[in-house]
Write a protein that binds this ligand. Structure first.
Ligand code: HEM
Length: 400
C-alpha cells in the first residue's frame, strides 16, 4: 500500500483524541500517585478521570465509525496479534480504570462528593450506598483493580511505543507517521474524510448529561416544610424578617475557619420579654439548603454521614427555658433534632427593641459527635472541629 493513500492515515479527530488522551492518562497516573490527602488534587483526579471515561466512549464510537488504516504489510502475524491485543486491552483499561475509580468513591465509607471541575455535581454509582460499611474485601478488590490497572497501562504503553518505533524505522508505511500530524513535512499524507462526529461525540455528551442530571432531580425532591428565605412568617407573636436574618454555622476545617448559612428555614416565635415562662420558639431548617459558597462542601454536607438530606430533609431547633441574663440579654436551651438525634445546648442571645422591631443576635455550640455528623470520615475531629457554632442574627417585628 502506498503511504500517500488517504486510507493510510488516521482521521484528524482520532489523532487529536489519541494524543490528548495519552497525555491525560499519564497525567492521571502521576496525579493518582501524588494526591497526598490533598482535597483539590482528589477532585481534579476525579474530574479528569470522568472526562477520560466519556472521551473513551466517544473514541470507541469514533473508531467503529471510522475504522483505522490497515497495519503495514511488513508486519509478522504475531506482531499483528500483539498489536491488536495491546489495543483491545488499552481500550478495556480506559473503561475499567475510571469505572473502578467511580465505584471506589461510591462505596467509600468517607462520603465525599464528586464535583467535576468545581461545577458539576457527579452522582455516586447507583445501588452502592449499601456497600459502604463492612465491605473491606470489596473495597480492597476495587482499589486493586484501580491501582494495578495503572501498571497494566504502563506495561501496555511500553509495548505500544516499542511496536510503534520498531515499525517506523526502515518501514515505508511507518505506523507512527499515521498518528503524528505533520511530523514528516510534505511526505505526510492528508487525513481521510471523517464521518459520524455527531453520533460519536453526541452519544458521549448525552450520556454524560443524563448522569449529571441525576443529582439535580434528587435535590429537587428533598424538601423540608420550611419557608424560603425572604418570606414573612406571622406565626407566634413575631414576624421574622427572613431577608435580614440568617442562621449560620461556623467551625474549623483543616486549620482554617469555615462558615455557611441555611438559606431555607422558618421560625415560629412566641417570645414575651415580660413573660419568659410563656415563651417558646420553634425553628425548622431545610438541611439541603446548607450553603458554604463551595459546591464541594455543600454537596458533601448532603451525604449520608453528614446531614443525609434525602432521608432527613429537615432539622428542628426548639428554644425553651428562657432566662434574663442582663439588660437585653437572655439565655435559653436550644434542643436540636437532626437525623433522629436530639441534642441540647445553651443559647445566649441579645435582643434590642426599636419600636416594634427587634434586633437579635445569639449563638450556641453543638458537638458533631453528639449529632452524628461526619463520624465515619472524621470522628476524631482531625479535619473538621467537633465543635460547631450555630449563630442566629436578624430582625423581627412584634405583632401582638
Ligand atoms: C483513566 C482514568 C484514571 C487513572 C489512569 C487513574 C489512576 C490512578 C492511580 C495511578 C491511582 C493511585 C493508586 C495507588 O495508590 O497506587 C489512583 C487513585 C485513586 N483514584 Fe484514580 N485514576 C483514574 C480515574 C479515576 C476516577 C474516574 C476516579 C473517581 C471518580 C478515581 C478515583 C481515585 C481515588 C479515590 C484514588 C485513591 C485511592 C486510594 O487512595 O485508595 N480515579 N488513580
Amino acid at each position: 500500500m502506498s503511504s500517500s493513500s488517504p486510507a493510510s492515515r488516521y482521521t484528524a479527530v482520532a489523532i487529536a483524541l489519541h494524543w490528548a488522551m495519552a497525555f491525560l492518562l499519564l497525567f492521571m497516573i502521576w496525579l493518582g500517585w501524588n494526591m497526598d490527602d490533598n482535597e483539590v488534587r482528589y477532585q481534579l483526579h476525579k474530574s479528569v478521570g470522568i472526562t477520560l471515561l466519556f472521551l473513551t466512549v466517544a473514541r470507541i464510537a469514533w473508531r467503529l465509525l471510522n475504522p483505522p488504516p490497515p497495519l503495514p504489510d511488513d508486519m509478522k502475524p504475531y506482531e499483528r496479534q500483539l498489536s491488536h491485543f495491546v489495543q483491545i486491552v488499552f481500550y478495556a483499561m480506559m473503561v475499567i480504570i475510571p469505572l473502578a475509580g467511580w465505584l471506589l468513591v461510591s462505596i467509600s465509607p468517607f462520603q465525599i462528593s464528586t464535583v467535576l471541575f468545581g461545577t458539576v455535581d457527579w452522582p455516586h454509582l447507583p445501588f452502592t450506598s449499601g456497600l459502604r460499611q463492612g465491605n473491606e474485601l470489596l473495597h480492597g478488590i476495587v482499589e486493586n483493580i484501580h491501582s494495578k490497572g495503572a501498571w497494566v497501562i504502563i506495561v501496555l504503553l511500553g509495548l505500544h511505543v516499542a511496536g510503534a518505533v520498531k515499525h517506523e524505522i526502515g518501514s515505508e508505511d511507518g505506523v507512527l507517521k499515521r498518528m503524528v500530524p505533520g511530523l514528516f513535512g510534505k511526505t505526510s499524507p492528508p487525513s481521510p474524510p471523517a464521518r459520524g462526529a455527531l453520533v460519536a461525540f453526541g452519544s458521549s455528551i448525552i450520556l454524560f448529561a443524563i448522569i449529571a442530571a441525576f443529582p439535580l432531580i434528587g435535590s429537587g425532591g428533598a424538601s423540608a416544610p420550611a419557608a424560603p428565605a425572604g418570606a414573612e412568617s406571622a406565626q407566634g407573636n413575631w414576624a421574622v424578617d427572613y431577608a435580614q436574618s440568617e442562621i449560620r454555622f461556623t467551625g474549623i476545617y483543616d486549620g482554617k475557619e469555615f462558615s455557611g448559612v441555611f438559606t431555607k428555614w422558618n421560625a415560629d416565635v412566641a417570645f414575651y420579654p415580660e413573660d419568659l415562662a410563656a415563651s417558646s420558639v420553634a425553628v425548622t431548617v431545610e438541611t439541603a439548603s446548607a450553603s458554604t459558597g463551595t459546591k464541594l462542601y455543600d454537596s458533601t454536607l448532603r451525604e449520608g454521614e453528614w446531614f443525609s438530606t434525602a432521608a432527613f430533609p429537615a432539622a428542628t431547633v426548639a428554644l425553651t427555658d428562657f432566662q434574663s441574663t442582663g439588660p437585653d440579654a437572655y439565655s435559653a436551651t436550644a434542643t436540636m433534632t437532626l437525623k433522629g438525634k436530639e441534642v441540647s445546648a445553651p443559647l445566649a442571645f441579645t435582643l434590642t427593641m426599636e419600636g416594634d422591631v427587634a434586633d437579635l443576635s445569639g449563638s450556641a455550640v453543638f458537638s458533631r459527635k453528639a449529632l452524628d455528623l461526619g463520624q465515619v470520615s472524621d470522628a476524631g475531629g482531625s479535619w473538621v472541629s467537633d465543635e460547631i457554632t450555630v449563630s442566629v442574627s436578624g430582625k423581627a417585628t412584634r405583632i401582638n
